[in-house]
Design a protein around this ligand. Structure first.
Ligand code: SF4
Length: 261
């Protein structure tokens, strides 16, 4: 939290006894990095926006639904296994970049057994255009081995089981549970995190805070698609730089003080 530094006012009674010393003290610059005005601005910025009412949240998601009744994720996959692999590969990478690599990979390896047969070196060759590919190739092989050994070659259906797989965290579990099994989970990526905070729908300092906040406010009837609506909204409208507030479906509801409408 920003610390507000109060400047001291020079007293008038002692001015005559030590005028030079006092004047010098008043003129002394504040320590490096401390300034009165910015601190005040920062304090204003962290002021909490007014929470959305239930009717406003319903209205926002009703608009998303009308505009795009069946939103789809953009990570290409053939089955729950390839979805899991694609999500693991997508960490710190774009969906388009992952798709470019996985099209050829999944054409020859769409099951854990086929992936093991292919082997780590060849998996690495297929995905070498994706960031962190060496480690990701290791994880793809390791998670395929675990699926065969512990889960009968099937992608498990619980969060804890998915999170037990190498390279899979909470976000991976949420995407797989939602897209492969229709669970009402909320995966928070960089776009959902930004939209949740900017709009004031579910402010939070961590992805988990935003995830839990969104789950709390979004009505159940929207939860199956809410994750995709928010991702697509962040990716194409509520951009990190230069959000397109003028064409935003929810610009009248959004709480962001810097919105441009
Ligand atoms: S009004 Fe602007 S900041 Fe608010 S959600 Fe829409 S695009 Fe984002």
């Amino acid at each position: 939290m920003a610390k507000i530094i109060r400047s001291q006012r020079a007293g008038t009674s002692s001015v005559r006894s030590a005028p030079k010393k006092k004047a010098a003290k008043a003129a002394k610059p504040l320590p490096k990095g401390v300034a009165k005005k910015p601190a005040t601005k920062a304090a204003k910025k962290v002021a909490k926006p007014k929470p959305w009412t239930a009717a406003e949240v319903f209205e926002a998601f009703d608009r998303f639904r009308k505009a795009n009744p069946e939103p789809k994720g953009e990570l290409e996959h053939l089955n729950p296994y390839t979805l899991l692999v694609a999500v693991v590969l997508s960490a710190q990478a774009t969906d388009a970049g992952v798709n470019k690599a996985t099209r050829a990979l999944f054409a020859i390896a769409d099951t854990p057994e086929k992936m093991l047969e292919l082997g780590e070196d060849r998996v690495r060759d297929y995905i070498k255009t994706i960031g962190l590919y060496r480690n990701k190739a290791k994880n793809v092989i390791a998670l395929s081995e675990k699926l065969i050994a512990d889960f009968g070659s099937e992608v498990p259906r619980t969060r804890a089981e998915i999170e037990s797989l190498p390279g899979a965290g909470r976000k991976t579990a949420n995407v797989v549970l939602n897209m492969a099994f229709g669970e009402h989970t909320m995966a928070v990526d960089t776009h959902v995190f930004r939209v949740g905070n900017r709009t004031g729908l579910a402010p939070g300092k961590t992805p988990l805070e935003v995830e839990l906040g969104l789950e709390k406010v979004i009505p159940a009837e929207f939860m199956l698609h809410a994750h995709h609506w928010l991702i697509l909204h962040g990716r194409y409208t509520c951009l990190a730089r230069g959000p397109r507030c003028d064409v935003c479906l929810i610009n009248d509801l959004c709480r962001w003080p810097e919105k441009t409408v």
